[in-house]
Design a protein around this ligand. Structure first.
Ligand SMILES: Nc1nc2c(ncn2[C@@H]2O[C@H](COP(=O)(O)OP(=O)(O)O)[C@@H](O)[C@H]2O)c(=O)[nH]1
Ligand SMILES: [Mg+2]
Ligand SMILES: [Zn+2]
Length: 321
């Protein structure tokens, strides 16, 4: 009986592993088998998608304090877009892009709001989709993360605590600011400070990241201010601008001053809510799901983005940042 055995040396596998891949969010190089970026913890599938699709997506920053309604808004928006409600529609790039809408709609359909977003970046949902509008020929590739409001607040106080947030704010091609209209109407402006800090940070990072911007100093990125929970505020749906002027003066003035391309919207996910006790905790629950004004802010951002990218030179400049 022979003692010899032949083992193939599959060295090509080692060579494959040695080729790094850059994170789409923070540009750090990672091993190609990594599932999360070792620096910012964004999913590496975003970078792999770009390689296969051969098209760099634009990042959209959704900012607002914890409890403003970011998760519910984004989850329902993605659900409506995948179901092709209205003129806009989305096609998910990878299974990860479905998780946010799955979590949100599962919670809403069982009579609860989704759980609060945790501060651990590994657990944030990142949505990468191709968005089409029936009126537009070219689709847009967008990446929209649902980050924690508390993590956003921490990043303004302790720079680089969340590298994903920093890179997102620096690179974002469009900004969606979510503010709780119920709180604003009640005269509670505690969330305003965080929005003001984040807008200021976005401006600071823009100057740090691009010499072109510093020379021309023109802000072309669109900003949509979305007043959430409009079901709790009479008349808000009909006239969000008037509401912003009288109840969110500081935020609205700052948005307008920093972003010449701005618009204000109002939205709500529910028709009515109630309170329910769960494990000794009083929690607000949705009674009826009646989405209102969910698609409009996003549709506006898309048309503004489309205009940006169709102007010669602008796209290249924004992508370089
Ligand atoms: N009345 C009402 N309450 C809402 C609506 N959207 C969210 N909420 C409430 O706001 C809470 C926080 O929402 P969430 O999306 O988790 O906020 P986030 O921290 O900004 O992601 C939810 O648990 C609900 O109680 C809405 O459209 N109407
Ligand atoms: Mg959240
Ligand atoms: Zn990264």
């Amino acid at each position: 009986m022979t003692q010899l055995a032949q083992l193939p040396l599959e060295t090509y596998l080692l060579a494959e592993q040695a080729v790094p891949i850059s994170c789409l969010v923070c540009d750090h190089e990672n091993c190609c088998s990594a599932s999360r970026c070792r620096h910012c913890h964004a999913p590496m599938s975003l970078a792999h998608n770009v390689r296969s699709v051969k098209k760099k997506p634009h990042l959209v920053a959704v900012i607002g304090a914890s409890g403003a309604g970011k998760t519910v808004y984004l989850g329902l928006l993605m659900d409506l877009l995948t179901r092709h409600v209205g003129l806009l529609r989305s096609t998910a790039r990878g299974p990860m892009s479905i998780s946010l809408q799955q979590t949100t709609t599962t919670a809403l359909s069982t009579g609860w709001f989704p759980e609060k977003t945790v501060t651990t970046p590994e657990q944030w949902h990142w949505v990468h989709c191709q968005f089409n509008c029936r009126r537009r020929r070219r689709p847009l590739e967008l990446v929209i993360p649902d980050v924690s409001g508390e993590a956003l607040a921490t990043e303004t106080e302790r720079p680089n605590r969340y590298p994903a947030i920093r890179s997102l704010l620096a690179k974002a091609a469009a900004v969606l600011v979510l503010a709780d209209a119920e709180k604003l109407q009640a005269g509670d402006h505690s969330h305003d400070f965080l929005i003001l800090k984040l807008l200021s940070l976005i401006g600071e990072l823009r100057e740090e990241h691009s010499t072109v911007w510093r020379k021309r100093n023109v802000e072309r990125r669109p900003l949509a201010l979305v007043l959430t929970k409009s079901d709790k505020c009479d008349g808000l749906q009909e006239n969000p601008r008037e509401f912003a002027e009288s109840h969110a003066t500081a935020v609205w003035v700052d948005c307008r001053a920093r972003f010449p391309r701005h618009e204000v919207f109002a939205c709500s996910v529910t028709g009515a809510t109630a309170y329910r006790d769960s494990y000794g905790r009083r929690q607000q629950v949705p009674l009826r799901i009646e989405p209102h004004g969910i698609i409009e802010p996003f549709g506006w951002l898309m048309s503004e983005l489309d205009e940006n990218w169709n102007k010669p030179g602008v796209a290249a400049r924004l992508c370089r940042r």
